[in-house]
Design a binder for this molecule. Structure first.
Ligand code: AMP
Ligand code: MN
Ligand code: MN
Ligand code: MN
Length: 308
């Protein structure tokens, strides 16, 4: 690294491709990052590393520094937490086998989601009129199949069907105008398409990342609805397990949260990361490495890439 001040680097260390719930292929993602002025990029697909080889190859061709990453779904204190792994060996057997195991549950989960949505929509006239195209008086089971197949069409990787794919399909059906509305009304706890899922434990996720030679980062810490006690338990447990960093600058944080997480990083002696969590050009409010909306890391924290 020839930079004198690592804080000045436009690093984007959190992004998604069609291998999970992003809309760009790994290659197109790399091209867009370069065009946007990103100097250090990580692809961090959910529970999946199969896009890394293509992304790394394209980044090499274009001369962009590329980091292999992953975003692992974790259940901590009965809620979902995302742990990003950076600088992982994408061929590590433990990591590959463990990720395959967490992905396996997604297909069954998606079928149950489709069933919950179908039952609700068949009962609710206003909502189901939005799905008029299928209203040849479908049974719950038939409608569930239609919804499942519709969501699957949006999944570039059939092994990784996520709530995002359902949300895209339901927007296409005009059930809601925006993805966030579908999440709010249909895909979050206590809503008809929400299915309680048991992901990896925090211990497992951090250990897989470390066994693959990577560094573990708590993704978008401002998004978790934990009590203060649970938050502290998350940071302390993560630290004890060998977790190293938190995302300070990420698209879902407010300006106040940037300062909050600078304080948390200092208090727990965490390195700091920065990433857009980009999913797609027309979907994500913040584009890859978009400095105007995603500030560079402040001087008061140590960037996770300081010694890369
Ligand atoms: P899953 O892993 O299937 O539970 O899906 C989680 C994904 O849904 C996240 O990675 C986000 O991409 C997306 N997501 C979650 N909440 C929202 C929201 N309110 N609006 C838009 N996308 C969301
Ligand atoms: Mn996502
Ligand atoms: Mn996430
Ligand atoms: Mn993400």
């Amino acid at each position: 690294m020839t930079y004198l001040d690592p804080h000045g680097i436009n690093a984007d260390l959190h992004s998604h491709s069609t291998r999970s719930d992003g809309v760009l292929t790994p290659e197109a993602l790399v091209e867009r990052a370069l065009a946007n002025g990103v100097e250090l990029l990580a692809l961090t697909d959910h529970d999946e590393v199969s896009g890394l080889q293509a992304a790394r190859r394209r980044a090499q061709e274009l001369g962009l520094r590329f980091i292999c990453g992953v975003e692992i779904s974790v259940t901590f204190a009965h809620k979902t937490v995302h742990i990003v792994g950076l600088n992982i060996d994408a061929n590590n057997q433990v990591l590959l086998e463990s990720l395959t195991a967490i992905r396996t549950g997604r297909t069954r989960r998606a079928q149950v989601m489709a069933q919950g949505l179908a039952e609700y929509l068949n009962k609710n006239t206003r909502a189901s009129s939005a799905l008029a195209a299928f209203q040849g008086h479908l049974s719950d089971e038939q409608l569930a199949e239609v919804i499942y197949a519709g969501a699957l069409q949006y999944a570039g990787n059939p092994d990784l069907i996520s709530r995002t794919h359902f949300a895209r399909y339901l927007v296409e059906c005009k059930l809601c105008k925006h993805l966030s509305d579908v999440f709010l009304h249909y895909l979050t706890p206590d809503k008809p398409g929400y299915v309680e899922t048991s992901w990896a434990s925090l211990t497992e996720a951090v250990s897989w990342i470390r066994q693959a030679g990577g560094q573990a980062v708590i993704a978008h810490p401002g998004r978790y609805r934990f009590s203060e006690t649970e938050k502290i338990a998350l940071y302390e447990t993560f630290k004890e397990l060998g977790g190293e960093a938190i995302e300070v600058i990420t698209a879902s944080h407010t300006r106040e949260q940037y300062s909050d997480f600078v304080r948390i990083a200092k208090h727990f002696d965490f390195l700091a990361s920065r990433g857009s969590d980009f999913h797609g050009p027309y979907e994500s409010r913040v584009d890859l490495g978009e400095v105007g909306l995603l500030p560079l890391l402040p001087d008061s924290v140590i960037p996770i890439w300081h010694n890369w």
